[in-house]
Design a protein around this ligand. Structure first.
Ligand code: BGC
Length: 357
């Protein structure tokens, strides 16, 4: 009897020690390096903040860095994290093709890499990808244009349209464009939608770094060259930051008046500035990508990697980075406009009413 008691006590002590080792917040907690491209765009601040809160709630330590849209700085940040010995890297890249070298170093150290929102290209050393369905974002934008102009109800226009593209170093930009242009193609082909500049190729329409100023500049040039004697009816903008620049240009050219109404203008992200623009009638729609959902998904992936359980993915076909198809989890993007933003953004607690004043 005594012997049994001793054995039981010993087991209890061992169990206690083991529990002490694996408890969160101790010096053995795993560290996750989170790299975001820039703080200049609202969404990445939210993405970073959500990731940090949710990872810490699971007991992970977090090293969160922003790179001011500078590719070299992001590479340095990744290198520092490898040296410090992080356990997993979560990277929203600036230039998706510039990380091949540094990720080879990460792989050599056995560090797993999750591409966040933007696919990392031209490397075998990216393990997973979590994003929103980027092609579907474009489909939502294209479908909105069709319905806003009544093309599905037989309206024949013709309507004057111009097309903008995202940053050429961001793989997402091609998916947004593909989804929207595939959807609009029948109406471009039959002459209902007329692109007076003739510029549709990404080499002509892409805006480096998604910069509002770049979009404003291109819109200024288009208005001067092709719309001196006619109004523009539609602008396909892939995201909100470009829509900001486009509206600035339209305003300066006198749009927003009775004889020059604002064109139908798309966007993406539901940035606060752009929700206000929708309320003011300057932008027609946006696409809501709830950064809380994406962060939660990535946190699940990180946990699965570190616990060596199977990592949740729902797409193993779409995202080829030129070296391999990267197993992905695609979240659902959601249509947003003046008609549903309250429910979508306020009732869900994403923004407060004050945020949109
Ligand atoms: C993201 C968009 C964002 C854009 C500019 C893209 O990769 O998917 O949500 O608007 O980058 O930051």
């Amino acid at each position: 009897m005594k012997k049994i008691l001793v054995v039981v006590l010993a087991l209890v002590m061992v169990a206690g020690m083991l529990a002490g080792c694996s408890g969160s917040g101790d010096k053995d907690a795993k560290t996750v390096g989170v790299l975001m491209p820039t703080q200049s765009l609202q969404r990445w601040n939210q993405d970073g903040a959500n990731m940090k809160t949710q990872l810490e709630a699971k007991g992970f330590e977090v090293d969160l860095q922003y790179a001011d849209n500078k590719v070299e700085l992001q590479i340095q940040q990744i290198e520092n994290m490898i040296t410090k010995g992080v356990d997993v890297l979560v990277i929203a890249s600036i230039d998706g093709s510039a990380l091949t070298g540094v990720l080879a170093e990460a792989a050599a150290e056995g560090i797993k890499v999750i591409a966040y929102d933007r696919l990392i290209m031209d490397t075998p050393d990216v393990d997973y990808y979590a994003t929103f369905d980027n092609y579907q974002v474009g489909v939502i934008q294209g479908t909105f244009i069709i319905e806003a102009l009544g093309l599905d109800k037989g309206a024949t226009g013709p309507f004057n349209m111009e097309v903008f593209g995202g940053s050429p170093d961001d793989n997402n930009a091609y998916f947004f464009n593909g989804g929207a242009m595939d959807t609009l193609k029948p109406y471009i082909d039959n002459g209902t939608l007329v692109i007076n500049s003739g510029q549709t190729d990404m080499s002509q329409i892409a805006i480096q770094d998604w910069a509002p100023a770049g979009a404003q500049n291109r819109m200024d040039n288009l208005l001067t060259a092709f719309y001196a004697d006619k109004n523009i009816d539609v602008v396909l903008s892939p995201n909100d930051s470009l829509a900001q620049g486009i509206v600035a240009s339209l305003k300066a050219a006198g749009y927003g008046s009775a004889d020059k109404p604002y064109p139908v203008l798309t966007g993406q992200d539901c940035d606060k500035t752009n929700v206000k623009m929708m309320i003011a009638g300057e932008q027609s729609m946006s696409v809501f990508k709830d950064t809380r959902t994406l962060a939660a998904q990535v946190v699940d992936m990180v946990s699965a990697i570190l616990n060596e359980t199977s990592v949740p993915v729902n797409d193993t076909e779409t995202y080829n980075n030129n070296k391999k198809v990267v197993p992905s989890f695609l979240c659902d993007p959601v249509f947003a406009s003046i008609d549903n933003y309250e429910e979508l953004l306020l009732d869900s607690g994403y923004y407060t009413a004050d945020d949109l004043k």
